[in-house]
Design a protein around this ligand. Structure first.
Ligand code: URP
Ligand code: ZN
Ligand code: ZN
Length: 470
């Protein structure tokens, strides 16, 4: 099956030009002006952008968490992603306490079996290096294409690891070629502040934010950076929310250390005003690290513009407000942490970032596709529009106006963090390896089309799937 995408404006992290793209056998095989080729299918992209499929490096699908399980499984989460122009994501395997990494991997692959609509890889979230996963087994994960280890410095009594475990994982990563990822909040201090707030009778959602202050994020971020430097491991700090955490990342990067930071769509838009909403509506905005004072919004835009932060993910971890978030109706610490957003990232960042002049179109592509691909061993197979790359493409209409709403999104979440927001610019056609996934607002491919991608080790490139250009 071959496809010719005619006359679109091709935008990568570096380029911006009008040309035709010819796709054959799942890959881009030719790019040029007015290509004289026969194709099984022609898509007219005049007036549209041709973007690389976006890559979300941070999602949680079908994940047990906070006494329940995320509402989006692999199928609903990936359908939602596809509608939003995301064609590949890296999800978190959470090592069950006492399980080996192989057991955890098999469990997570079984959750995806037959359900995949887009391509995916996995990070391994390490919870236990004493009973179950060994350092040797951890070191072998990159051979299976799992080339990043995640550690939680928060969620005491659940996912949190101590500094010894964190450091040991970093030592392994320094040798195995994995990228270390951290959820950076001081879990001991947060746990104490939560107990103090509850003892003082504060049960409402707002206290989720007030008991997880920016200093707790800044301290843990700096600790992780220093430990990674000592261990000689590359570090990626997930979901950075505030100045206190950006500053140590920026300092490390200026010093030339292998440190990167990510923020998420919601941290540009949601604030303490949202989590303070009455009648338990604030619970919709309970995720960690929490919403911050709105003064951080501009600070984060500046950080992604200047490359202090290098990627934007969604941290999609969706729960129903009615039935799941309500587990914490009388105690904010029992509200499952997480929010939806897989479908909204490209539209929100394009409208408020590019249309409103905060970042360039090239930088948007870099933050949503190219940098995640490079950092997580998917580049150049994914993350750009180039001969030899997978034909994961978004034909994006920069003039199309849409209203973001839970009534039209494809996640099973019963609310949207951006309900009623009107944006200009939305995906028209989304292709995965040359196969049309979404067209005319319909899903036209069936679950099962997505594949597991074995990612390359940190700093290495992922070659095209088959012998590339002859
Ligand atoms: O609240 C959040 N972010 N939930 C998902 C788990 C995590 O910390 O990334
Ligand atoms: Zn986290
Ligand atoms: Zn997360």
């Amino acid at each position: 099956m071959s496809t010719l995408i005619r006359g679109g404006r091709i935008v990568t992290a570096a380029d911006d030009y009008v040309a035709d793209v010819f796709v054959d056998d799942e890959r881009i095989t030719l790019i040029g002006e007015h290509l004289d080729v026969q194709a099984d299918r022609v898509i007219d992209a005049a007036g549209k952008y041709v973007l690389p499929g976006c890559i979300d490096p941070h999602t949680h699908l079908d994940m047990p968490f906070g006494g329940t399980v995320t509402i989006d499984d692999v199928e609903s989460g990936q359908i939602s992603a596809a509608f939003g122009g995301t064609t590949c994501h890296v999800d978190f395997i959470i090592q069950p306490q006492g399980a080996t990494f192989a057991q955890a991997f098999d469990e997570w692959r079984a959750k995806a079996n037959g359900k995949q609509v887009i391509d995916m890889g996995y990070h391994m979230a390490i919870t236990d290096l004493k009973n179950g996963g060994t350092l040797e087994e951890l070191a072998s994960l990159p051979e299976q294409g799992v080339t990043s280890y995640k550690l939680f410095m928060a969620y005491k009594g659940a996912l949190m690891v101590d500094d010894e475990t964190l450091y040991r994982a970093m030592e392994v990563a320094a040798k195995s070629g994995a990228l270390v990822m951290v959820h950076a909040e001081n879990g001991d201090v947060v746990d104490l502040l939560v107990r103090e707030a509850l003892a003082a009778g504060h049960t409402e959602p707002l206290y989720h934010a007030l008991t997880r202050p920016p200093e707790a994020e800044g301290e843990a971020t700096n600790r992780a950076i220093q430990l990674a430097h000592l261990a000689g491991a590359p570090l990626y700090v997930v979901h950075v929310t505030c100045r206190e955490a950006v500053e140590p990342i920026a300092r490390a990067r200026e010093a030339g250390w292998d440190v990167w930071g990510e923020t998420c769509t919601q941290y540009f838009f949601c604030s303490l005003d949202d989590i303070a909403k009455p009648n338990f509506e604030g619970a919709k905005y309970v995720y960690s690290p929490p919403v911050r004072d709105a003064s951080n919004h501009d600070y984060l835009w500046n950080a992604v513009r200047t490359d202090a932060l290098s990627a934007i993910s969604t941290d999609h971890c969706a729960f129903l407000w009615d039935g799941q978030k309500t587990l914490g109706k009388d105690d904010f610490s029992k509200i499952p942490n997480g929010g939806p957003g897989l479908e909204d990232r490209l539209k929100m960042i394009h409208h408020f970032g590019v249309n409103e002049g905060r970042i360039t179109l090239n930088r948007m592509v870099e933050l949503l596709a190219t940098n995640p691909a490079k950092l997580f061993g998917l580049y150049p197979r994914k993350g750009t529009v180039a001969v030899g790359s997978d034909a994961d493409l978004v034909i994006f209409d920069p003039k199309r106006q849409v209203t973001i709403s839970a009534s039209t999104h494809h996640s099973k979440a019963d609310y949207s963090l951006y309900e009623g927001t009107v944006v200009t610019g939305a995906p028209d056609v989304v292709l995965l390896r040359g196969n049309v996934l979404v067209e005319n607002d319909e899903l036209v491919a069936s679950p099962g089309i997505g594949q597991f991608v074995k990612r390359a080790r940190f700093g290495e490139e992922l070659a095209p799937a088959r012998a590339a250009v002859a």
